[in-house]
Design a protein around this ligand. Structure first.
Ligand code: SAM
Length: 223
C-alpha cells in the first residue's frame, strides 16, 4: 500500500511544509537538530519541526503571512541571528540561496558558528547591525532583509540595511516594549509603519504575532 505524504507545501510559502497545525522544513543538515526540534523522516526526506513559540517567522507563517519573498533561491541578510534557531530554518527554505547571519553577542555567535558549520549556505558575521558599512564587504547581492533585534531604534536599523543593500523585500519583527515600554503596542506599530513609509518602504502587511511572541508584530515590506 502506498504511503500518503503527511506533509504538503504551505501555499504561498515555497519549501515550507505543514501537516495542518505544525510547520516543517526539509533538513539541510540531515541528522542534526539545532534547538532540540523533532526530526521526522518520510520516504528518504528528513523534515525538521519549526516551533512558532521559538521562531517569529514560523509564527508569522502560521498566522497567515504569505508572499514574504522567501523562497528556494533567496539571498537573505538576517540581522539578529542569535544562536541560529530561525536562521537555520531560513537556510532550509533558501536551499539554493544564501543566509548571511549577523549577530553582535559573542556568546550567541559561538553557537551560531557551530550551526553554520553543518550548513553550506549559512555565513556567520559578528557585527553590529546598526552599522551595515562594517560588514557590507562580506555580503553580496541581498534580496531580502530579515531583522529580529530588540533595540529602541529597530525600524531605523532596518531602513538603513534595506537601503544599504538595496533589498527589494524585508521582514521586520518589531518588539514594541523595546521601542517604548509605556505605550500601547498598537500605537508603537502605527508609528513604525509611518516611519518605514516616510523612508520610502512599502509595508505590505503588519501581522500581530503576540500570541506566539509577546509584544511583537511582523512588518512585511516589499514592492
Ligand atoms: N532571530 C533569533 C531567532 O529567531 O532565532 C532570535 C533573536 S534575539 C530575539 C535578538 C538577537 O539580536 C540577540 O541575539 C541580540 O544579541 C541580537 N542583537 C541585538 N542588537 C543587535 C545589533 N545591533 N546587531 C546585531 N545583533 C544584535
Amino acid at each position: 500500500m502506498a504511503l500518503v505524504n503527511p506533509f504538503r507545501e504551505l501555499e504561498g510559502a515555497p519549501n515550507v511544509y505543514t501537516t495542518g497545525r505544525t510547520l516543517m522544513t526539509v533538513n539541510a543538515a540531515p541528522g542534526v537538530n539545532v534547538y532540540g526540534e523533532r526530526l521526522v523522516e518520510f520516504q528518504g526526506t528528513q523534515y525538521r519541526s519549526w516551533d512558532p513559540m521559538r521562531s517569529k517567522l514560523a509564527a508569522l507563517m502560521l498566522l497567515g503571512g504569505r508572499d514574504l519573498g522567501l523562497d528556494r533561491s533567496s539571498r537573505v541578510l538576517y540581522l539578529g541571528a542569535a544562536s541560529g534557531t530561525t536562521a537555520s530554518h531560513v537556510s532550509d527554505v533558501a536551499s539554493s540561496g544564501i543566509v548571511y547571519c549577523v549577530e553582535v553577542s559573542q556568546r550567541s555567535f559561538r553557537d551560531l558558528v557551530g550551526v553554520c558549520e553543518s550548513r553550506r549556505n549559512m555565513i556567520p558575521i559578528m557585527a553590529d547591525a546598526s552599522m551595515p558599512e562594517g560588514y557590507s564587504h562580506m555580503v553580496e547581492g541581498v534580496d531580502l532583509v530579515y531583522q529580529d533585534i530588540a533595540q529602541r531604534d529597530q525600524a531605523e536599523i532596518f531602513v538603513r540595511n534595506m537601503r544599504h543593500f538595496e533589498a527589494d523585500r524585508g521582514m521586520l519583527m518589531l518588539k514594541s516594549r523595546s521601542v517604548d515600554v509605556n505605550r500601547e503596542p498598537a500605537a508603537v506599530y502605527a508609528d513604525a509603519k509611518k516611519e518605514l513609509a516616510s523612508k520610502g518602504l512599502r509595508v505590505r502587511e503588519v501581522v500581530d504575532i503576540s500570541q506566539y511572541a509577546k509584544d511583537h508584530a511582523a512588518f512585511v515590506v516589499g514592492p
